[in-house]
Design a protein around this ligand. Structure first.
Ligand code: ZN
Length: 441
């Protein structure tokens, strides 16, 4: 039975020669290195965009952003040609809500794992590669965060606050916070808001205790506010993020100085205001293909029923409609004074459409006076820094996650060009951009 090693069968010989050819030419792709070539790359770091550039990705992380003619340009990597296209870091929403509603249905009927996954994929298809969900998520959102690799499954990365904290007294704060900490939240959230006079507002004594308790567990706290007085109050007590615009009066120098001193950011959530009144009549975006491609026709029909339209009329709707120009002006005053604005929408509750509303928000920020560069920075680097996830996310730099969006048009010319999505990558994985056909839901 013994055969000499030199007595090759013809088939083996052919295989062996093929192997030799492969080894000798040395051009087989390096398995783990992908290079995205010929693009204009805006890294989000503050540098001007690199033209005729390449993005090197290995193992889901950025290796380098480099000029195509650079001597170090790798020849052996798998390559994706992005000729004429634009690459930006994945967009980050610093104030969203995931899994709290399903279409127009809120509450427990919406609470399930599939819904969380579906929403994270929806964000991803719109180029929103990370969402910081600030409160009231069901346990399913934590299960998805902890047990499913979002990057490998075409979903936006998720960070969570869990149940909004609302102890009945300062004495109960420590216990309530300790109980919520068991789910390992990334953030804590409070609401300091009397619902335009319809309910009690959390007192400074209580929110100070909650903030202190949250910090004792190493968890930052985001505060929902409406008024300037409350915004100052929560800042004074140590809040780490102002989750909405100030909507009752112009911001003053005192507040701006406090924000700068404490290095705290604000998420304007302008589209949250829009969502309170816009459905009183048929909104123009119901004819926008960028909207309709992801929203079931039944939802669009429902929001045009006269009895539904009535829900978006009245005192509350009037207040927020009137507050919007003030919110925009306050955003600009803070922005111009050097306070970091983190893009955030409050999308996720019924009729605050995830994905589409982030684009609407950014377009509104631009219309209010921010340059496209400033809006992009707000939705990438600042959103990451302001939510303390910038060690891995927010810019395209060596060692950070390869989360990026490829666009056909230049977003630095107009924010509306962010709609020209050619591809979305999360951790180096291409997201499937085909809208989900949801039938009636
Ligand atoms: Zn919110």
């Amino acid at each position: 039975m013994h055969k000499s090693v030199f007595s090759f069968s013809p088939a083996l010989l052919i295989l062996f020669s093929f192997f030799l050819i492969l080894v000798s030419c040395g051009e087989q792709p390096d398995e783990d290195l992908t290079v995205y070539t010929n693009a204009t790359i805006w890294t989000g770091t503050g540098e001007t965009p690199l033209e005729n550039a390449a993005l090197l990705v290995s193992d889901g992380k950025v290796v380098q952003v480099m000029q195509m003619d650079d001597a170090d340009f790798p020849r052996r990597a798998a390559s994706v040609d992005l000729e004429g296209r634009y690459v930006i870091p994945g967009l980050i929403n610093a104030h969203a809500h995931v899994g709290v509603a399903d279409g127009l249905i809120g509450g427990v009927d919406a609470h399930n794992t599939d819904n969380v996954i579906r929403q994270l994929r929806l964000y991803a298809r719109y180029g929103i590669t990370t969402v910081v969900s600030l409160g009231d998520e069901p346990i399913h959102a934590f299960l998805v965060r902890d047990n499913i690799d979002q990057a490998e499954n075409g979903m936006a990365r998720i960070f969570l606050a869990g149940d909004v904290l609302n102890p009945s007294s300062a004495g109960d704060a420590a216990d309530e916070v300790a109980e919520r900490i068991e789910r390992n939240p990334d953030w804590s959230k409070i609401r300091v808001d009397d619902g335009l006079g319809t309910r009690d507002k959390m007192s400074p004594e209580v929110y100070s205790a909650v903030i202190e308790a949250s910090h004792s567990h190493g968890v930052p706290l985001a505060a929902h506010i409406v008024t300037l007085e409350d915004a100052k109050g929560v800042l004074q007590s140590g809040a780490d993020l102002i989750a909405h615009s100030v909507r009752n009066e112009p911001v003053d120098d005192d507040f701006i100085d406090m924000m700068l001193e404490r290095n705290v950011c604000l998420t304007p959530t302008l589209t949250r205001e829009v969502s309170t009144y816009i459905y009183a009549e048929r909104p123009p975006f119901f004819d926008d293909p960028f909207f309709t491609r992801e929203v079931a026709p039944a939802i669009i029909e429902n929001l045009q029923l006269p009895r539904v339209q009535e829900l978006f009329k009245g005192e509350s709707a009037d207040f927020y409609r009137n507050a919007l120009p003030l919110a925009e002006r306050n955003m600009m005053d803070l922005h111009e004074a050097g306070v970091r604005i983190a893009m955030g929408t409050d999308s996720g509750p019924p009729a605050r459409f995830q994905g589409y509303f982030e684009h609407m928000e950014m377009e509104m920020m631009e219309a209010a006076g921010m340059s496209p560069l400033d809006v992009l920075t707000s939705a990438t680097r600042f959103a990451a820094e302001c939510t303390f996830i910038d060690d891995e996310l927010g810019t395209l730099e060596p060692g950070k996650q390869a989360d990026f969006v490829v666009l056909d048009q230049n977003p630095l010319q107009s924010i509306r060009n962010l709609r020209s999505i050619h591809a979305v990558y999360i951790g180096g994985n291409a997201v499937n951009l085909t809208p989900l056909n949801r039938g009636d839901r």
